[in-house]
Design a protein around this ligand. Sequence first.
Ligand code: IPD
Ligand code: CA
Ligand code: CA
Length: 278
Amino acid sequence: MQHSAVLNVMIKAAQRAGRALKRDLGEVEHLQVSLKGPRNFVTAADRKAEETVRVELAKARPDYGFLGEEGGAREGSDKSHRWIVDPLDGTTNFLHGIPHFAVSIALERDGAIVAGVVYNPANDELFVAERGKGAYLNDRRIRVAGRQKLADAVVACGMPHFGRGGDLALARAEIAAAQANFAGLRRYGAATLDLAWVACGRLDCYWERALSPWDVAAGSLLVREAGGFVSDCDGKGDYLKSGDIVAGNDFMHRELLRLLKEAASEAGKSAIRQASAP
Ligand code: IPD
Ligand code: CA
Ligand code: CA
């Protein structure tokens, strides 16, 4: 499979960091039984992975800017280009030895994502895309699922939980709407892989709120290059800024937006009822 030079640089960086994380996963599995647990070990693995990616990318493109979840933003002399990196997406899964996590690298050019890589080292699945050139899983072309019936569809989501705040009432209304309409509801714990799985048709659609740019940058390009649609929860395009995202084929994207809008209205009404209750 012939990729561009810059995509090859991104793939090499993701695989290098991923190999180390796969080794670290073995250690994490051992540490589960220790009283202290593997939290400190995982934090170190996360930071090491980001440094590996940053150094690898800087070797090839020393002037690009860098935004990483662990190290924050670093300006580059080339103001048009910026890497957006989540070195370990699915930290809680990794912490528990669950082999569902990914290294995510996106290249932003003049404010638009032009290349993306999402790599799960646990099962060696490499998702890549470049703007206008399609999306691939291990060099095989991928496309979003073609289903046009909610009752046949499986949807994934993210949700607020202890340690991750959010509008609980809204989340419960949204989940209730999904439960009432879809064949399956899933919460896998790695946003970058949720988007990659929409891109390859394993999931029919996905929504989540309050994500960070590094959670959605690469995965959103995978979905679009696989023929899918991505927006924020109001159907607008600034999900990189808002952190709210809805993804799926044309039908599923539109239907999920409708269900989320109805759920928001329902959550608003119940809030008014509760506020006016004696
Ligand atoms: C998290 C995962 C999770 C999502 C959280 C993210 P992290 O990323 O993507 O699925 O629900 O909002 O923060 O913290 O494991 O890199
Ligand atoms: Ca993440
Ligand atoms: Ca992360």
